[in-house]
Write a protein that binds this ligand. Structure first.
Ligand SMILES: [Fe+2]
Ligand SMILES: [Fe+2]
Length: 284
């Protein structure tokens, strides 16, 4: 087994937090699961209950009369968002206070989730899945970081110093990059294939990415970088390609090339959604 295989195996068997998160992931495997069954498990964990209720009542979902029960909240949010909560909790990356994470990880995940859902709404894609892929897209970075913080920081510093993409430095140091590491874990936890693929491909050449959800996470990631979160070397808006040009490839029709006003409006929406999301996930 080479280094990448050993690490992948460790990630697959990552000790997940016992309790509601793992039970939820198992339950979500059942295609006939009901909102009531999910709510029963969620309600065993007070902090998960609080976050789910707060998110369902946030302006992001615009529910007029208020969501009072967890059952109702799971219907408002949809299964993919409940799954994102469960996977994020199981991996220990859901809140700012969950263990060690690379610099800016949590803020950048919130911004990418906000950006993915804003773009999905405009392109009439599933906003729940958008939020999920945005929230979990860099999960692998937190896991690689935790596997060896010293080496991860060295790889990051080396990448910055030589203006090398972070994923290249990760591959040299760990044998696999954070996009692959995230996909390995989420696949082992049986998340839907398109979500696993979207996360695994989020640093691939955008011209070669065709699946709508995979393209969406590239667009959301770039927009999140444009709002000032994430490390520069993790960005697609690298060297020669501008944000405009990248969006024209992965989200055609979203912004007319050169329409600075429309792009500014979208970025303002992303910033607003980021703070709404952040308020839900920052709960202790
Ligand atoms: Fe990434
Ligand atoms: Fe990212």
């Amino acid at each position: 087994m080479d280094q990448a295989e050993i690490l992948s195996e460790q990630l697959r068997t990552l000790p997940v937090r016992a309790g509601a998160a793992v039970r939820l992931l198992q339950l979500l495997d059942d295609p006939d699961v009901s909102a009531l069954q999910l709510a029963e498990v969620i309600e065993t964990d007070p902090s998960l209950t609080g976050r789910i209720l707060q998110l369902a009542n946030s302006p992001l979902y615009g529910v007029q009369r208020g969501v009072g029960s967890v059952t109702q909240a799971t219907v408002v949010l949809g299964l993919s968002v409940v799954r994102a909560f469960a996977a994020g909790m199981a991996a220990g990356v859901l809140t700012k206070h969950d263990g060690a994470m690379p610099n800016d990880y949590w803020e950048h995940s919130m911004a990418t989730a906000a950006a993915c859902s804003a773009v999905a709404r405009r392109l009439r894609l599933d906003t729940g899945e958008a939020l999920t892929v945005g929230l979990l897209h860099d999960l692998g970075a937190a896991l690689l970081f935790r596997s060896d913080q010293r080496r991860y920081r060295m790889a990051e510093r080396g990448a910055r110093a030589s203006s090398q993409p972070r994923v290249d430095a990760e591959r040299e140091t760990f044998g696999l990059d954070h996009a692959r590491a995230g996909a390995v874990v989420l696949e082992a936890w049986r998340l839907p294939e398109r979500i696993v693929a979207a996360i695994g491909d989020h640093h691939a050449d955008p011209r070669e990415v065709v699946a709508p959800l995979s393209r969406l996470v590239i667009a959301g990631d770039a927009l999140a970088h444009a709002t000032g979160t994430g490390t520069g070397t993790d960005s697609h808006s690298d060297s020669e390609r501008s944000l405009d040009e990248l969006l024209a490839i992965v989200a055609p029709g979203l912004i007319s090339p050169g329409d600075v006003g429309a792009l500014d409006e979208l970025l303002a929406e992303v910033i607003e959604r980021t703070s709404q999301l952040g308020a839900c996930f920052a709960l202790v």
